[in-house]
Design a protein around this ligand. Sequence first.
Ligand code: SF4
Length: 292
Amino acid sequence: MKLYAPSYYKDFKCIADKCAHNCCIGWEIDIDEISLEKYKSLKNGYGPTIMNSISLEDTPHFKLCKGDRCPHLDENGLCKIILNYNKDYLCQICAQHPRFYNYTTEAEVGIGMSCPESARIILTSQNYDEIIEVGRIDEDPIDIDFDGRVLRGEVYQILKNTTQGYENNLEAIYSKYQIDKKNDSYWLEILDTLEYLDNESKLLFQNYSSKKRPRGKEKYQERFLAYFIYRHCTEAVDYEDFCKRLSFCLFCERLLASLIYNEDDLDKIVDIARIISAEIEYSEENTSFLTY
Ligand code: SF4
């Protein structure tokens, strides 16, 4: 079926050795069956090194090296599997990262914000609501009763209303979908119990306060929120589920607003958005703790 994406999707290209937070550091990469068979068949050259770097315990995965680096990341930040073979030899997770997919009656793809280059593109692109065809995907459409894209479009329409300002648009969304913001201590307690990749993030997130609403950075908050809605609300199974997911996205927006309150440097704002994404939405457990 056809594959769609926000128009900024076509601007993404991995910046590899220029990346400050390379995705080949800190994550344990699971290897799919097809790639594992491919690696097993490489009897010469770099092939045996690849096999020696794989743990076959539970789900096969690459054993991380010192500093939690992928064993195939070289000192220049490049992938030795690509250098020795080509991109077709990457396992599925590496080949797809940072892409994610939404499946409804059509397929959509997006770029995940835990990648610094994606975060930069998402926060600096205006037209998050411009969805374009980017190719085809070998999947069948899903038979659904509820289409999250319709409500997503409604929320985007409110966000894009230029007559009353961003904060009023947000209040209109809270009110229309009856989202309870809950009090700050409720959220601070949950933030304290999350699992963190980096303990520094835990300290950073303790700065959460719903009262910290920055001025002049609304466009970044709006684009951040639109990305979360695209990623998390599209596959909602009914209205109630959509509102639950929307509430999670709005909490993440309030967290971003709190953390960029005293921050004017765009690079720092992008980095904070990346940290929120990596710590929260890339952990199913953390996401579920924050969704009610
Ligand atoms: S985080 Fe993004 S830009 Fe950096 S190496 Fe990974 S895909 Fe490339």
